[in-house]
Write a protein that binds this ligand. Structure first.
Ligand code: GDP
Length: 430
């Protein structure tokens, strides 16, 4: 049985917490896209962690964690993260790295950095982790797969060709020095030995796991709005953030999906460029307060530390986000954060060129959208850590009912705090 846990919005919805929780009753957790460019915050009996590349099942010793072929694999970051969680007392996670995953190389990071410098004010808000150049190379068929590490001649050939192209680009487009193919090769020779114990055939592993009736969780990175096709182009990431991509990025048979859990916060948050359209944004003092109170330590990026933009819950974007994920249910996180508010607004429509719509627009029209709000009463109490849904204040439950109706997807998990078991379970009214 396969369940996907994916983001309904701009990322940072709390997927790590939900994955960590569900991993307790699962056998396998797979990352199927993205790289180390975003972090999942997890707070459990071992402490507080921001995982960037390791799957969030890494804290459950019965779970096999898998880096699928769809991931941008930065080997050094993976090994460092593995080391770091073990140093914090976590038993060595069981890990398989797909032999078909491609390597995120130092020249991808350089290219990303140079490109953002060149674009300056028109930049895409990249984390400069090399993600866009990595996926560009993958689709230009100039990438290097993990399996190539163990085929020296092939590796040398592919690496030399890639470096030649990169060095031409670095000189002509950025006026920067080139990289040294031999030094990179020697580096890869070291990395391959460290990686060797983890490398495996993920397609075969998944097939066997499904045959044995195992439960597999797919863990998405970022969210619907960041999908290159269905998100807010070009302010997206470069890999598909949608559950459907797990069929490619983790070799999951399309018919094996049982559940797609879209995660969304009870308000909105978004990292990235300031020029990105964010219709629901709350600015000024009210925004600062929400940012300070949000998440487990304020709304600041788990990878970059950048302050996240915050806003009211956006039912237009989230309805669309759930739709494109094919969500069967929704996990609503951070409801506890809103307990200080007298009134809570929800974006229930966008006004575009004088017309109000509840359908999420294409990117050009999105730039002209203005929010239309519905205001609901707050519950003015601290609900942190409540585990019985029916024990929540009536206004809090009414707020959740309202969101569910608007996003047209059953809300079944309502999270009341950052810790693993700060969670309530709700029966949908849809
Ligand atoms: P992810 O990338 O989707 O896993 O999300 P992040 O970890 O980047 O951001 C989610 C933030 O919200 C983190 O700081 C979490 O610890 C925090 N968080 C998750 N669920 C809850 C919740 O129910 N209440 C509160 N207060 N914080 C939460």
């Amino acid at each position: 049985m396969v369940k996907a846990i994916v983001g309904a919005n701009w990322g940072d919805e709390g997927k790590g917490k939900i994955t960590d929780l569900l991993a307790e009753q699962s056998d396998v957790v797979i990352r199927f896209q993205g790289g180390a460019n975003a972090g999942h915050t997890i707070i459990n009996e071992y402490g507080r962690f921001a995982l960037h590349i390791l799957p969030s099942g890494s804290f459950s010793s019965h779970v096999t964690n898998v880096i699928g072929n769809g991931v941008a694999l930065d080997v050094k970051k993976l090994l460092r993260e593995l080391q770091s969680v073990m140093e914090q007392g976590v038993p060595a996670p069981r890990l398989i790295v797909s032999d078909r995953a491609q390597l995120l190389m130092p020249y991808h990071i350089l290219q990303d950095t140079y490109e953002e410098e060149l674009l300056a004010g028109r930049a895409f808000g990249s984390t400069k982790s090399g993600i866009a150049p990595f996926y560009s190379d993958k689709y230009a068929k100039t990438g290097i797969q993990v399996c190539d590490l163990y085929e020296e001649e092939r590796l040398r050939e592919r690496l030399n060709a890639a470096v030649e192209r990169k060095n031409q680009l670095f000189a002509s487009r950025y006026g920067k020095p080139g990289v040294d193919a031999e030094a990179l090769f020697q580096d890869l020779m070291e990395q391959r030995e460290l990686l060797r114990p983890y490398v495996g055939d993920v397609a075969e592993f998944v097939r066997q796991a499904l045959k044995e009736g195992k439960t597999i969780l797919l863990e998405g990175q970022l969210g619907s709005m960041k999908d290159p096709d269905l998100g807010i182009c070009p302010m997206t990431t470069s890999s598909h953030t949608l559950a459907g991509f797990g069929t490619v990025g983790a070799c999951i048979p399309p018919t094996a999906y049982e559940d797609v859990i879209a995660v969304t916060k009870a308000y909105s948050s978004c990292v990235g460029s300031a020029t990105e359209p964010f219709v629901c944004e709350l600015t000024g003092e009210a925004g600062d307060e929400l940012r300070r109170r949000g998440g487990d330590k304020g709304e600041f990026g788990a990878t970059t530390g950048r302050p996240r933009r915050v806003g009211w819950f956006d039912a237009v974007a989230t309805r669309y986000g759930c739709m494109v994920q094919g969500a069967t249910q929704v996990a609503l996180t951070c409801l506890d954060v809103l307990g200080y508010l007298d009134e809570i607004k929800v974006v229930t429509g966008y006004e575009i060129d004088g017309e109000v719509t509840d359908r999420f627009p294409t990117p050009g029209r999105l730039e002209r959208a203005r929010p239309v709000f519905t205001t609901l009463p707050g519950w003015k109490s601290d609900i942190r850590g409540v585990t019985d849904y029916n024990a929540l204040p009536a206004q809090a439950r009414a707020y959740v009912d309202f969101l569910e109706e608007r996003i047209e997807t059953p809300i079944t998990f309502v999270s009341t705090g950052p810790k693993r078991h700060e969670m309530t379970f709700r029966t949908s009214k849809l």
